[in-house]
Write a protein that binds this ligand. Structure first.
Ligand SMILES: [Zn+2]
Length: 256
């Protein structure tokens, strides 16, 4: 599941080869932007804000969001793609490198990207992350379930489904617990530490163990024994949001 750390890493990979470089070829494989040609334009910056990735070119940016299945691949020019061509949404090339965005949930060419994304809450992976502002945002609605609030990118940017499940487990609270009954500063601090700890890792782990099947406490472990108390992990949904990318996991014994 792509979360803030995934996007941060994708931005770092693209930045390394593209920032400051002139594009020798570009192709949006999205009908609306099919005529946009960035050949000869310079990439000024590559950055992530929460789960959004921006490639700045002049006063516009290529804005992308990975959603469930998306990925950015960066490789030397001429390398065979690791995903089918029909999944590509954008292709960018410099003299020696190619970046391809596959199955991007959002892929657009937008003016004034900072205004466009100004609705996002503080970015957990921003070195200047404003924890106090995130706490203020999250506590504004004390009746809202913490599991829902943590995913709301308007309040705080970067937490996806994996981190919300894991953070709730590590704080011992059920995702359905109202925000007003949760130690929000501690929750925000934990979310930041989890994302920062994983921002440069190739394998995400919230347990400290990178072995397959041991990387998370509850996420993706429905029906299997809790790593702490052996109680079977519950798999559920909150409210009426039953989409697969919103499925929740928690331990009914460790979390209350
Ligand atoms: Zn447990």
């Amino acid at each position: 599941m792509p979360e803030g750390d995934t996007v941060y890493q994708a931005a770092a990979r693209i930045r390394r080869r593209f920032e400051g470089q002139v594009l020798r070829y570009s192709q949006f494989r999205v009908p609306r932007y099919a005529l946009v040609d960035l050949t000869g334009r310079r990439v000024d910056a590559v950055r992530s804000i929460g789960k959004h990735l921006l490639i700045d070119v002049g006063d516009h940016a290529i804005h992308s969001h990975l959603k469930m299945e998306g990925a950015w691949m960066v490789h030397p020019l001429g390398t065979r793609w690791r995903r089918p061509g029909h999944q590509a949404r954008i292709v960018l090339r410099t003299d020696g490198w190619e970046a391809v965005g596959f199955e991007l949930g959002v892929c657009e060419w937008i003016p004034d990207p900072d205004t466009e994304l100004s609705y996002l809450g503080p970015d957990l992976l921003d070195p200047a992350f404003d924890a106090a502002a995130a706490v203020t945002n999250l506590t504004r609605d004390p009746d809202r379930p913490i599991g829902t609030a943590l995913l709301d990118q308007h309040l705080m940017a970067g937490v996806g489904n994996v981190y919300r499940c894991e953070a709730c487990f590590l704080r011992g609270v059920r995702p359905a617990r109202p925000v007003g009954e949760v130690d929000v500063p501690a929750m925000v601090d934990l979310c930041q530490r989890l994302l920062v700890a994983n921002k440069d890792r190739t394998v995400r782990t919230t347990t400290g163990n990178t072995r397959r099947g041991q990387q998370s406490w509850v996420y993706g472990r429905g029906g299997r024994p809790c790593l702490r108390c052996r109680t079977p992990i519950e798999r559920t949904f909150l409210g009426d949001d039953n989409s697969e990318d919103r499925v929740l996991y928690y331990c009914p014994r460790c979390q209350s």
